[in-house]
Design a binder for this molecule. Structure first.
Ligand code: NAG
Ligand code: NAG
Length: 591
């Protein structure tokens, strides 16, 4: 009797000790590096980013207030996100985190007056409306101290319309909505996993602040339908789904556009609510990362830069690994770093996460403009290309990638991941890289008003495209600013950012541990040592690359000249009428 008793006593003592150490914070999950502080240089840089943001936002207000976006060359407003003033709503939280109280309040007042009950547009994207409008308004409500309850009322109007995406007993929503008069969605399209799987964070907070659980229930049933379907690899699901069967309708796996934020929300939602094995999200994310390390991670071959790491796409019906990666997909580095920290600094995820940030940044550092392209290609292991074509072998040999789609449309993902790398490691080198890229963006994207997309990052004189999406304000400016701001601003130990960069307070800051069985399958392999480059350059001669046989990507690269002589990306024109697009991955923010 005595022995067990004393053993129990010891267990109790140990438990108490553990508890007290948690209370002191030593046992808690810690995302940000503990040694961060804002240097005088960082303060100056943060101020410079803030000034550039204010200048651009003032140009938007001057030429396009109330429109969804500014056409920065023709200095006009354009609508394609409902015509409700997407840039105002998407900017709310950036103005707030930069401490721009007047701009914030002015935008809150504007947002409270938007009539979300109707639109001039024939179709509305559930995905874009959720991440930009719902996310922006609910995050602004929280950041502003939960006083502006009209923002929740507005979010509820939007949320009630978004629920129209679910037809009958379907678990998965259709993305293309007909808004006015409670119209039915377009049921011909196949829901994509990014569209159906990027609702959890926003719908959870909408349920929380309206007190109505139904929004979260809809988002959960969509997410769980995907998680419970047959994956291509454990945790890696194909891109498109049949809403009537909840099974995949293609076999295309990617961390890029069209799929990206489904994977992103698996881990971010778990972080928002503090769940681990009790819900499927974090374990599924762990599977998706492990499967990616096993099946998708590749070092480019036939180049001096075999130290780089990319995630290939994968489609068995197109020959397997497809060696292309994208600006959108470059959110993964930061995402894996966040997850690795939740798992107590799990080394394989962290090492690969940093490698991916580094490799994505390399596309910036290697380009003439200092800015990375929309998509890029390489030669996969065993020389596999499956038709994805490297054209400029000289450039490829030196830099480890070749351009596919050369545009830069002011996307955030590479510098978003650099922000995570800085906050998580505390290594100031990441700040210097972000600063360098920011200078390049200011130099090459400067437009008659604000900043503009450009047609080629590899040209020393790129043409301005007449386009600047609201994510420039919601994300690109914000992530660069946060890289230099005081580390207590959007502290990652307290906040999680939605895929549009809107921060939400997490429910369980200081949680002691995220319980996930990391050893349930074969162990994740450690990163392989770099392969020595061949001395004579004999391997992977240009002639050995197979002829392209995979060409089903959307033509985002096509430029369309508008009547006023300026240019727009073909893909953005298509965005105006999404109902006609089946494969819309690359057009979506999705990260
Ligand atoms: C950027 O490129 C230069 C040379 O082109 C190289 O010396 C430097 O190490 C690169 N930096 C990064 C972060 O890749
Ligand atoms: C913070 O610590 C990390 C390692 O934990 C180190 O790499 C980094 O240089 C440190 N930063 C500063 C400013 O001391």
């Amino acid at each position: 009797m005595l022995l067990p008793l004393s053993r129990n006593f010891a267990v109790l003592l140990l438990g108490l000790l553990a508890l007290s150490s948690h209370r002191q914070g030593t046992g808690a999950v810690q995302i940000q590096s503990p040694n961060l502080s804002q240097s005088p240089t960082s303060k100056q840089r943060a101020d410079a980013v803030k000034k550039a943001y204010v200048d651009s936002y003032n140009d938007y207000k001057k030429y396009a207030l109330g429109y969804d976006a500014l056409a920065p060359v023709s200095k006009k407003g354009v609508n394609y996100l409902g015509g409700w003033g997407a840039t105002v709503v998407d900017s709310l939280t950036t103005s707030y985190v930069m401490g721009l109280q007047d701009l914030f309040q002015e935008a809150v007042d504007f947002t409270k007056r938007i009539d979300f009950t109707k639109t001039e547009q024939s179709t509305i994207s559930l995905f874009e409306t959720n991440i930009r409008y719902l996310g922006g308004m609910l995050s602004a409500f929280e950041l502003g101290g939960k006083k502006e309850t009209k923002l929740v009322d507005q979010a509820k109007i939007v949320g009630d319309h978004l629920l129209k995406g679910w037809v009958g007993v379907n678990d998965l929503p259709f993305n293309t909505l007909h808004w006015n008069n409670d119209g039915q969605p377009d049921t011909n399209s196949k829901p994509g996993i990014a569209e159906a799987g990027t609702l959890l964070i926003e719908f959870d907070r909408l349920s929380k602040y309206t007190g109505d659980p139904k929004y979260l229930q809809y988002a959960e049933k969509a997410m769980k339908a995907i998680i419970n379907s047959k994956p291509v690899f454990p945790g890696l699901y194909a891109q498109n789904y049949d809403a009537s069967t909840n099974q995949a309708s293609n076999d295309y796996v990617t961390w890029g556009g069209g799929s990206d934020s489904f994977f992103e929300y698996l881990v971010k939602y778990a972080y928002l609510v503090g769940s681990d094995s009790s819900q499927p999200y974090l374990p599924t994310w762990v599977d998706s990362v492990k499967s990616s390390i096993r099946n998708l991670i590749t070092s480019p071959q036939g180049t001096d830069r075999k130290d780089l790491k990319y995630l290939t796409d994968y489609s068995a019906s197109n020959g397997g690994n497809l060696p292309r990666f994208s600006h959108l997909g470059c959110f993964v580095g930061g995402n894996w770093l966040l997850g690795s920290k939740m798992l107590g600094g799990y080394q394989p995820f962290q090492t690969y996460g940093l490698d991916l940030v580094e490799s994505c940044y390399n596309t910036y550092n290697s380009s003439t403009t200092g800015i990375g392209p929309e998509t890029f290609v390489f030669i996969g292991e065993k020389g596999g290309t499956n038709g994805v074509n490297v054209k400029d072998y000289n450039f490829y040999g030196k830099n480890g990638f070749d351009y596919e789609v050369e545009q830069y449309i002011l996307r955030p993902e590479v510098l978003e991941s650099v922000f995570y790398a800085y906050r998580i490691t505390g290594d100031q080198r990441w700040q210097d890289l972000s600063w360098k890229a920011f200078q390049s963006i200011l130099k090459y994207c400067k437009a008659p008003a604000a900043l503009s997309s450009i047609d080629s990052v590899k040209s020393s004189k790129p043409n301005l495209l007449d386009d600047s999406e609201s994510f420039l304000y919601a994300e690109t400016f914000k992530y660069i600013y946060l890289t230099f701001a005081d580390p207590s601003v959007v502290n990652l130990d307290r906040y999680v950012l939605n895929t549009e960069g809107h921060p939400f307070l997490i429910d369980q800051p200081g949680k002691a541990k995220y319980q996930v069985d990391l050893g349930d399958t074969e162990p994740v392999p450690s990163p392989p040592p770099p392969t020595p480059t061949s001395q004579n350059g004999e391997e992977e001669k240009p002639g050995s690359v197979p002829v392209p046989k995979f060409s089903s990507l959307p033509d985002l690269g096509k430029l369309v000249q508008k009547p006023d002589g300026s240019y727009l990306l073909g893909g953005l024109l298509d965005l105006l009428d999404r109902a006609s697009i089946e494969w819309m991955g690359n057009l979506e923010r999705g990260s």
